[in-house]
Design a protein around this ligand. Sequence first.
Ligand code: GDP
Ligand code: ZN
Length: 315
Amino acid sequence: MTGLVYKSTGSWYTVRTQLGDTYQCRIKGKFRIKGIKSTNPIAVGDIVDFELEKVNDVESGIIHNIHDRKNYIVRKSVNLSKQTHIIAANLDQVFLMITINNPPTLTSFIDRFLVTAEAYSIKTVLLFNKIDTYDEESLLEVKYLAHVYRKIGYECIGVSAKTGKNIDKVKALMKDKVSMFSGHSGVGKSTLVNAIQPDLNLKTKEISTLHMQGQHTTTFAEMYDLDANAKIIDTPGIKGFGVVDMDKEEVGDYFPEIFALKQDCKFNNCLHIQEPKCAVKKALDKEEIAFSRYRSYLQILQGDDDNYRTDNWEV
Ligand code: GDP
Ligand code: ZN
């Protein structure tokens, strides 16, 4: 049998078949996925093959195969072992929720997020939330940012989780897809999901409260079914994508506007900093590339600045 992993508690996986039957499954013996060293071999969003087993009249599944992943996101644990934990697999898209105020979302954060999503091959849609609260100046900023990000290929939608503005557009994008919502705490993720499907109770809130009480909680992602065959992966307590380890030469490949110009630079290993005849610097001078994007590029290139690591930000 084949099914989709909806939930994992570490040793048990909730797997649902296409017919809608749900089974509790586990792995027998050693199980390693080639290429990835992670603390968990199977994650929410994985497609697995399993056999049913009956012990004392209780039926459960034994997973014996994982289908190839289209993508996956990881978190590196903050303790010394720096082990990798796979948060979720096979995502179709991430909605990055952005607010201009309450809380402010910095472009350095947006760009770091987008680079990571590009590296993971995950499509990102930018949602500018709380547009019902903005004054003219803030609305202009939304317009400007939407212009910057649309120009380089990202879909941008101004929404209000509170008034319901453009929620239908978000719903339409979610149809038949597996989605995840990210963004700083307080941008309106829970409010938006609630506007999309009122009866769905995500755990985001409870878990963060538990964290505040200093309790030790291990949190796991979980997938939920919404109407229109939309699926959502909720990642309570998880602060963000792990940063992908990349070479300096690679960083520009995850900025679509830099990648597009790369072959026009004189040197094929151009880092677009001070090299002569650099097409990226030329485009920057002509304001064809947004300065904020270029600044983010340099910050990521300099690396090791923990302030810019998305996994240290609340996402
Ligand atoms: P989360 O931490 O990202 O899940 O954010 P919440 O959904 O808890 O929202 C944080 C606060 O912002 C709550 O008080 C919401 O009522 C408020 N909020 C969320 N979306 C909107 C919006 O579109 N407009 C307004 N005015 N308030 C919003
Ligand atoms: Zn260059």
